[in-house]
Structure formats: C-alpha cells, structure tokens
Design a protein around this ligand. Structure first.
Ligand code: ZN
Ligand code: ZN
Length: 381
C-alpha cells in the first residue's frame, strides 16, 4: 500500500515527509493504523547523531541505520495480521512497546523484558523475523524504522513482539505516550529508584519522561519531589503533577535540598534531561544522602565514556548509581497497569500533551521541543 512517513536521510538534517510504499505483514507481523505518535527526544538523538553509529562501525556490524522512518511512541488499531499471528486480531487496539518482549529469552524469562534479546536488532530497524524491510521509498529503496516501529507514519508494519493489546475504551492518542515516555519516567521512579513512602526525590528535567517520573514518585509516596528545570513555565506547571519544590539550577537545587532535609540530602535522584552528560552523574551523586540512589535514564551520546564523581564518597557513603532503560519495566504487564491508573484518574496523560501537530509539522514539533515549549508534543493522524 501507499502511505506517508517522516524520514531522516542522515543526521543533522530535517525530517523529510514523503510518500512511501508499505508491504503487507509477513509471518509474525501486523499492519497497524496509527492514531498518534509522541515526539520523543530519542528520535532527536538520531538527528543530533547521539544515537547514530559511526558509518564504519555500522558497516562492521552489518547495520544500515539510515535512511530511517522515525517515531517509536505510538498506538493504533490492527488492520491486517500476517501468517501465524494468534495473539492479535484485526480490530485490536495496541500500544507499541519501544522495546519488544519475546517472552522466551533469558531476560524475558527473568522478568526483565526491558532488556529482551530482540533489542539487539533495534538499531538496524529491520523486521526481527528475517532482517528485511517492509517500508520502501517510492523508487524502491529500503527504509529502516526507528526501533523497528516507525510511528512517524499513519501506517506501519511491526512484529507482534512490539505490540501490547489494550482495552478499546482507552483513547489511543493518550495511550501512545505509554509506549515510551510515560513507562520510562514512571518506572525510573517506581522501579529503578525504588521510591519509598516519605522519601525526598530530585528529578532533573521535565519533558515527557520527567513529567512521568514526577507522577511515579508521587504515586510511590515520596514526601518531597524537587524538580530541577531551567524552563520557567515548566517549573510552575509541574507542581500540578505532584512536584513539591522546583529549582532552576543544580546550585539552587543543592541548597534547597540541603535546607529541606536538614543537611541529610535526598534519598533518590533521577536524570531525565534531554541529553545525559558525564558531569550530570557527579551532580546527582552530590545531591543524594548516605545509601541514596541515583538513576540515569537520559540517553547520552553513544561514544561518551567520561564521567566525573567523587569515588571516596561513593564507597564510604554506600551510594548507588543505577542505569535505567524503559523504566526497567515489563511492557506486557506495566503498559496495561499504567493505562488502568489513567482510567481511574491517578495518572495524568492528557495534561502531558502540550501541543498537537500534523505529520507535515514534525520539524516545527521538534523545534518546539528544543525551545522548551512542550512537556510532550504529539502527532495526530
Ligand atoms: Zn522515547
Ligand atoms: Zn525476550
């Protein structure tokens, strides 16, 4: 079939919205008509090159990352199922999980499907089954898809392992956010940081992920939630999501947390800024108390390997530093759980969507993200 998609031909260029050809689903795959796609920062990391492999390394790995159809935060309705698909049927409502779960690999079997072995195929953006493409340009060139999804298109073909079936009565354009940002942020607080009732939690950066992390920390019973965020309107608005205090900078936050905790400092700190840098780790480690925990959720440039922090304090004060992917969540269980929280009014999704765009407005959407204008931007189809 013919459809349209926003394609990134190479890093440091704009998204190009073009007509494309989409093949029918093959074995283990489904064709999905999307309702919406969130504009997550990870696609921006493809644009800036943070998440692009150097061409010589990509070639060594046999991966061609570009051109790629972006987008990995989507939800829609199954239109057609490929051979052998028994878990999903035409008409089912699904959220895409940006990390697939096969249910069979050692990680999935240990209940750690956020690191499912199928993740090894995500950078190449081809179908898991046979490593070929279902998406092509008008003149027949194969297109990759961001994490084998490609939600910057009103239609896409994906593997069943990337789909989580949800109830029909949940608005799909809200559910889309749970496919990445909400689960990532919520899980950063609830799973990775393991926030406990009464704790003081510091959250750095409130875009889509940070906004969900604040809500996760609040739901887990944190007493004080301090948001560090340079954009003024976000500092005001985030109080409606459960933040109790805000600061514009690390320095301001440090003295505030010192004051709030009688000098003991925070129990937990979570990094949700647009791009992680080595210096952020030292800042977070100085913000937490003895036996406190710092969580790195933000994506850093792939080849960065420099981190500074005080190693004496790290050991002598028994501090913990924890990595986090997809909120260390289990999508098949946690996506329906979060949508149930949304249905009962305990998780705010509507309020997270600051601006809606058409597919053709995608570059404006990302410019608005760079300018700090959105918690989350959303493409509506
Ligand atoms: Zn994302
Ligand atoms: Zn697996």
């Amino acid at each position: 079939m013919q459809t349209r998609a926003a394609i990134l031909w190479e890093p440091h260029t704009d998204w190009s919205v073009e007509d494309i050809e989409l093949d029918p689903p093959k074995r283990g795959e489904v064709l999905v008509k999307l309702a919406a796609s969130g504009l997550c920062h990870s696609d921006e990391h493809m644009v800036t090159g943070d998440m692009a492999l150097p061409p010589e390394i990509a070639e060594l790995m046999g991966i061609s990352q570009f051109p790629v159809i972006g987008g990995h935060e989507g939800a829609g309705i199954v239109q057609e199922v490929g051979e052998g698909v028994t878990d999903l049927a035409v008409g089912d409502h699904v959220v895409f999980s940006f990390i697939p779960s096969c249910g069979k690999c050692p990680s999935c079997r240990k209940g750690q499907s956020q690191v499912c072995d199928l993740g090894a195929f995500l950078l190449g953006g081809r179908q898991f089954t046979d490593q070929t493409a279902r998406h092509h340009t008008k003149d027949g060139k194969d297109l990759g898809t961001m994490v084998a999804l490609g939600t910057f298109s009103p239609y896409t073909v994906v593997a069943v392992e990337s789909c989580v079936k949800i109830d029909d009565d949940i608005p799909l354009e809200k559910a889309a956010l749970v496919g990445c940002g909400v689960t990532t942020g919520w899980g950063s607080a609830v799973n990775a940081a393991d926030v406990q009732p009464g704790e003081t939690v510091v959250i750095y950066g409130v875009g889509g992920i940070g906004t969900a992390a604040v809500q996760g920390a609040a739901l887990a019973g944190a007493n004080q939630i301090v948001v560090v965020e340079p954009v003024e309107w976000k500092r005001e608005k985030i109080l409606e999501f459960g933040a109790t205090h805000t600061a514009a900078s690390q320095e301001e936050a440090f003295f505030l947390v010192q004051q709030l905790t009688n000098g003991a400092m925070a129990d937990k700190a979570i990094l949700c800024v647009g791009t992680a840098k080595g210096e952020h780790v030292g800042q977070m480690m100085s913000m937490i108390k003895k036996c406190g925990r710092a969580v790195v959720t933000s994506v850093a440039p792939m080849l960065d390997d420099q981190v500074t922090m005080n190693l004496f304090e790290f050991a002598m004060q028994r501090k913990e530093l924890v990595g986090c992917i997809f909120g260390n969540a289990n999508p098949a269980v946690d996506i329906p759980k979060l949508l149930a929280l949304y249905k009962s009014g305990k998780l705010k999704l509507d309020e997270m969507i600051t601006t809606e765009y058409t597919l053709d407005e995608i570059n404006q959407g990302y410019q608005d993200m760079r300018d700090g204008k959105n918690f989350r931007g959303l493409i509506r189809y």
